[in-house]
Write a protein that binds this ligand. Structure first.
Ligand code: TYD
Length: 212
């Protein structure tokens, strides 16, 4: 049984990742590939329970370290119970956010070190990395506008952070893409859904060719 491919989608808030994941899943299924679509934090009952704790935190909220540990715990459950078994059974896994989100939000923007985030990922998830990561990119102004449209003033504990925090997240993803060009592709997330879909399809073409 050939192991499936693991593709993650990353980017700032409100970039239309879930729409693009759905469209890519359709494209892959049309080619006869068995696809699992999932998200972080979440994807398993344990991961979804931790998601609630993260996005609607009790009391005064988590310290950045506690937050990073909770994301790593949610990921550990998700990797062990859903992602690895799916890949091993030959299915492709498309995941809305993964460890690069921890590197961007808790690491670079949250001022934890990249080494700390990677250590947690090593302990929790055996350091599993995606075969391909697509970062949907847009200007800070575009991200702020999308966030306001999406949340209409009501946002969760992380989405509701300052514009400066989100600008730092945006820059962090660009930095992660530049530091690992073989795995991470920066995709222009602006324009119509169809335009972005075509850019996503282009970025996946090599992986598809190498797997068939
Ligand atoms: P979600 O509503 O799924 O955001 P989006 O639709 O923008 O993907 O909420 C997930 C939030 O959690 C989002 O603000 C990003 C944040 N996050 C982290 O801070 N670290 C992480 O490791 C992950 C996976 C997500």
């Amino acid at each position: 049984m050939k192991r499936g491919s693991f593709i993650t989608f990353e980017g700032g808030e409100g970039m239309g990742k879930s729409t693009q994941i759905r469209l890519l899943a359709q494209t892959l299924e049309e080619r006869g590939i068995d696809v699992v679509v999932t998200r972080e934090p979440g994807g398993t009952p344990g991961g979804e329970a931790i998601r609630e704790l993260l996005l609607q935190p009790p009391g005064e909220g988590w310290t950045i370290e506690a937050e990073a540990l909770l994301f790593a715990a949610a990921r550990a459950d998700h990797v062990a119970r859903l992602i690895v078994p799916a890949l091993e059974s030959g299915r492709w896994v498309l995941c809305d956010r993964f460890v690069d989100s921890s590197r961007a939000y808790q690491g670079i923007a949250g001022e934890m070190t990249d080494d700390a985030i990677k250590t947690l990922h090593g302990i929790g998830s055996g350091g599993l990395m995606p075969d391909l990561t697509l970062v949907l990119d847009a200007s800070d102004a575009e991200v702020t506008a999308r966030l306001a449209r999406r949340d209409g003033g009501v946002s969760d504990a992380i989405g509701g952070r300052t514009a400066a925090f989100h600008a730092s997240v945006n820059a962090a993803f660009q930095q992660i893409a530049a530091s690992d060009p073989d795995r991470v592709r920066l995709i222009d997330g602006t324009g119509s859904i169809e335009e972005v879909r075509a850019r996503v399809a282009d970025s996946v073409a090599n992986l598809l060719a190498s797997r068939s």
